[in-house]
Write a protein that binds this ligand. Structure first.
Ligand code: ATP
Ligand code: MG
Length: 159
């Protein structure tokens, strides 16, 4: 994606409500034996973000968590707050990403060697990175093969 071609249209958005709205249909669609657990310290939190771009970020990370999870393992979505940032944490107990390949993850079309027959194009995280950058935020992750992966997106709070 060429970031300068994406329309950035920030508005006051309740990011808790938005996250719930994204999570619910995905929760409905997954196995009865696993769940998406939503953890938040606040009932509501309004900040200036682009609704479409943030929705795309969360949808991509959450569908990755589901897709690369193991059977019967829960996923946790957590919203935390720092003085100047809101943090979205997506925590899975899935296949993980091999250490040696972690540096390649945000490259277009890159897919790790342990994906097996799980399908994908390798573009989701490239888009996520661009949309986080547009918000002047940051993204990081930690991952261990066969244990799971945690992605953390930090978005600056703008009131
Ligand atoms: P798509 O373009 O449909 O999203 P994709 O899921 O393969 O395809 P990305 O979302 O960009 O592409 O992810 C790139 C690669 O990073 C994946 O192919 C996978 O190897 C690895 N990956 C991403 N998220 C996770 C995760 N939660 N657990 C394990 N591996 C992951
Ligand atoms: Mg993906």
């Amino acid at each position: 994606v060429e970031a300068d071609r994406v329309r950035f249209n920030p508005k006051s958005i309740d990011v808790i409500k938005l996250t719930k709205a994204i999570l619910e249909p995905i929760r409905e669609s997954i196995s009865l034996f696993s769940n998406i657990i939503f953890i938040t310290e606040k009932e509501t939190f309004v900040t200036n973000v682009d609704e479409f771009l943030l929705s795309t970020i969360l949808t991509n990370l959450l569908t990755n968590a589901v897709k690369y999870s193991k059977a019967n393992k829960d996923i946790i979505v957590k919203i935390e707050f720092e003085e100047e940032n809101v943090l979205f944490k997506i925590i899975d107990q899935g296949i993980g990403i091999p250490k040696a390949e972690q540096k390649n993850l945000f490259q277009s079309f890159y897919r790790a060697s342990n994906v097996g027959d799980i399908s994908g194009t390798g573009l989701g995280l490239t888009i996520v990175q661009d949309f986080v950058d547009i918000h002047q935020g940051s993204i990081s992750f930690k991952s261990e093969v066969d244990k799971g992966t945690t992605f953390i997106v930090k978005i600056p709070i703008i009131r």
